[in-house]
Design a protein around this ligand. Structure first.
Ligand SMILES: *Cc1c(COP(=O)(O)O)cnc(C)c1O
Length: 393
């Protein structure tokens, strides 16, 4: 018998299943890497954000083990109450230096970094100008802040200017954008956003989750990519993608970081990253500061893949990064394509409505420095085979 108090949930789940919109989560029984064991099958991985292969890097693992011997596992309370480990402060100093900013603060995730930052910057009777395609965690941070959310057209500085002109000039204001948009791989026009932010005296915040470890010199991010050091007020980032671990960061001016230590609610009311996370991230910063080799290999792999796909006749959209959308149109075709790829040993996810617009379904290919030339050849051959079979090329 179903419990009548929650019968609506059963109905909703059944309805999702009938529409083919219920998410089935695959089970991994291997570390992240170029190859994975997924649902018991060995497949070539083009689904995760392990851009640099750090998720299973021996140096990170060794650093995590060593730190656990010295500090144990968890922080066991929020940092303002139980005290903050020197390890966390060290990571924040190192990340600030890596990114060329005054200071940085870490959070449990990129998601909570946004939930902390936006409500600390704007509140009731304030205004936040947000790119229409911003990540869910930015949208939720905006909603939590209770500021009025004014969405501007995607990557459109002219529309941003129009929206600012049309909005009241009272209260505090904030401009916020993703750095790299994860479904298309396009990059925010940060120099133009900066010009507007300066002109109107509005703080500028960029969420560089997919740019951290990917864009800029040796993976220093979107601000470095555009040479805008000291000009972007707030850089949010994640340690869960290219850094291969888990955690969030906010980097910027000392005052803003100090303010987040006083008013960032996920900092004040939720425990910090665990010891092995922090130590592994420190080792990741070491690696990135020592050499640009991994970042260079990521871009060269992405270049090989994109060129190969274009030569085969696939439409790879507007990407400017290692994220490659293979545009297919109908969601059913994208799902069928992904299923056939998986049967042929390539793991790449289909993305459809509501994550992207109707009729814009795609396979999203995540390139990585972990792929060998043979891996890339095999991927291209498999895409060609499935593409011909399904009449895409
Ligand atoms: C992935 C992502 C996040 C969330 O990062 P986590 O560390 O996984 O919580 C936030 N913002 C953007 C733009 C992202 O792509």
């Amino acid at each position: 018998m179903t419990d009548s108090k929650t019968a609506w949930i059963t109905q909703e789940i059944n309805s999702l299943k009938e529409q083919g919109l219920f998410t089935h989560i695959r089970t991994l029984s291997s570390p992240q890497g170029a190859w994975l064991v997924v649902d018991g099958k060995r497949v070539l991985n083009f689904s995760s954000n392990n851009y640099l292969g750090l998720a299973n890097h021996p140096r990170l693992i060794k650093a995590a083990k060593k730190a656990m011997d010295q500090y144990g596992l968890g922080p066991t309370a929020v940092r303002t109450i139980a005290g903050t480990m020197d390890l966390h402060l060290e990571l924040e100093r190192r990340l600030a230096r890596f990114k060329g900013v005054e200071a940085a603060i870490t959070f449990q995730s990129g998601f909570t970094a946004n939930l902390a930052t936006i409500p600390a910057m704007v509140g009731k009777d304030d205004f936040v100008f947000s790119d229409r395609l911003n990540h869910a965690s930015i949208i939720d941070g905006c909603r939590l802040s209770r500021a009025e959310i004014i969405a501007y057209a995607h990557n459109d500085p002219d529309d941003l200017r129009k929206q600012i002109e049309a909005a009241p000039k009272t209260g505090r204001r904030l401009i916020v954008s993703d750095g790299v948009f994860s479904m298309d791989g396009d990059i925010a026009p940060l120099p133009a956003l900066y010009e507007i932010a300066q002109e109107y005296g509005i703080p500028l915040m960029v969420d560089d989750a997919h740019g951290e470890g990917v864009l800029g010199k040796g993976g220093r991010g979107i601000v470095d990519h555009f040479g805008l050091h000291g000009k972007v007020d707030i850089e949010v980032g994640t340690l869960s993608k290219a850094f291969g671990v888990v955690g969030g960061i906010v980097a910027g001016k000392q005052d803003i970081i100090d303010w987040l230590r006083q008013r960032g609610r996920p900092f004040l009311f939720s425990s910090a990253m665990t010891v092995p996370d922090v130590a592994a991230c420190l080792a990741a910063v070491d690696l990135l500061e020592e050499s640009t080799e991994l970042v260079d290999r990521l871009w060269s792999n992405a270049d090989t893949f994109k060129t190969g796909m274009k030569e085969l006749g696939f439409n790879t959209g507007q990407t400017q990064t290692p994220i490659v959308p293979v545009m297919l149109g109908e969601a059913t075709l994208a799902q069928q394509f992904s299923r056939r790829l998986f049967e042929e040993g390539v793991f790449a996810m289909a993305i459809g409505f509501p994550t992207v617009a109707r009729g814009m379904a795609r396979i999203r290919v995540m390139n990585s420095a972990t792929h060998s030339k043979d891996d890339l050849d095999l991927a291209l051959q498999t895409f060609a085979k499935v593409g011909r079979e399904l009449g895409v090329i």
